[in-house]
Design a protein around this ligand. Sequence first.
Ligand code: AMP
Length: 312
Amino acid sequence: MASKTSVSGAFLLFINLNEVSVIGKVFGMKIVEDIKEMQGLAESLRKQGKKIAFVPTMGYLHEGHLSLMRYGREIADVLVTSIYVNPAQFAPGEDFEEYPRDFERDVRLSEKVGVDIIFTTTDEQMYPERYQTYVEVKEVTKNLCGRSRPVFFRGVATVVTKLFNIVKPHVAIFGEKDYQQLITIQRMVSDLNYDIEIIGRPIVREPDGLAMSSRNAYLSVDERKSALSLSRSLKIAQEMVQAGETSSSKIIERVCHEITSEPYTKIDYVQICHPQTLVDVDDISGGGVLALAVWVGKTRLIDNCMLKEVGE
Ligand code: AMP
């Protein structure tokens, strides 16, 4: 039996005429590129009563991704991750081409944390000629990143829908680093009656506070120093709240000041929103999440923190 306690969490897959049986020996990880093969595997595992956890990623893995995988390893029998840079969530002129990729390294890291199956595929399979179906989550995608990246959430909701239909997970795990994305997926799963549990996990940071991101690889040494103003400003905001401040505009003003005092930074947005609707709030008494997107040189970074939970 595949078990959470097996070394590296991996197990041997025995494939015979599309029938998959888990025979309970540690044997490494499987890489699946074909959509139909992944669907067949998922179906077999489900029939065997295995609980499937899924962590979708765009690769170039870091500790943030790995923390989601470790969590998935703990709560399920089979851990699937996808590594796919989804063109549908990049607008023309964004960094689709330059997005960092290192599949071999990703494979090594995934195996280390006990991933059982990596699903990785091609644009031709995901978006073949005459492809024309997209998923749109209307309201929670309007604000924040939805303003500056108009096709982003449509691309995310579409690819996650497709991946859910391919991997057939019982539970899918997302990082709170992409807070609006997490809320969007939760909304979509609820609206479309997906029988999948969505779990959000905390942001993993570098020791100096910078939120881990594949895009941090773009930063020069000096830009990286400036980028620390993002997490620093979130801390200042949390301290203001602890000291009794509830006015969004006062908090935002202080956050902006902290960020713009560094070279190379250009604010895309600094906003405080209702944690579920993501509509701006003037006062955080009823709940507030502080979200920011900042250009540091040519790199756009996002970060966020909860200032006050709803009903807290
Ligand atoms: P990405 O590869 O950037 O699309 O991210 C894949 C998943 O990893 C998403 O659910 C992200 O929210 C999550 N993630 C990315 N960075 C972090 C981080 N620093 N801490 C926690 N989760 C993260």
